[in-house]
Ligand binder design. Sequence first.
Ligand code: 13P
Length: 251
Amino acid sequence: MRKPIVAGNWKMNKTVAEAQALVADIKRDLAECSGVDVVVCPPFTALAAVSEAITGSQLDLGAQNMHWEGSGAYTGEIAPPMLRELFCHYVILGHSERREYAGETDAIVNKKLKAALAANLRPIVCVGEQLADRDAGRTEAVVEQQLRGSLANCSAREWTDVVVAYEPVWAIGTGRTATPDQAQEVHAFIRSVIRDLADDSIAQTVRIQYGGSMKPANAAELISQPDIDGGLIGGAALDAASFVAIVQAAL
Ligand code: 13P
């Protein structure tokens, strides 16, 4: 049995004060959520404050990106040990917005993946096709290429810390969600690629989140699909009541 994982990707939203207010509400409403791993991923500037706020709770902390080097002359970047110091346990890697606006390639995502695993951070590796890919019948080809590039050279031990997020780009922030059947089809395909990259028992344990306009109204139906193990939530994670309702749907 895979434990569901619901993560809130706050993207470039929330000042420190706003982040503290949001996480206080989430924490209050999720006092009991041991059946689901719940992760909040604020922007870098709010990590320390949110880390302090969730101490002793069941919430976990994630970052939205990191560099692959441990330190050095990389202006504007954040290194894995800096995240660990703030008790970050997860890091989102290869989000489509980073691929699109920061030019991240599968090779870069793979370097970050290896660095995250070496630093004891659990990577949430994002893959997903553009609308044009889907319309051209290229969804599986695109997702497979992203998986093979981003997740190359993982040991069996490393696979146990990996989370994959399937985020069809056309569903992100558009209000247009993949139907449960569409999402399940790609999740099952992702699991088959992991089986090929690793083995069957690893493929059965790796958690695969869905992301893209997930909200309280559609979360239960998506997460109840056999290969959907939770959600990576954008817009709805900025509102405590919506985020909590999605976690409850996963329960
Ligand atoms: P939305 O939930 O706003 O569509 O964003 C999804 C996402 O990109 C999470 O990483």
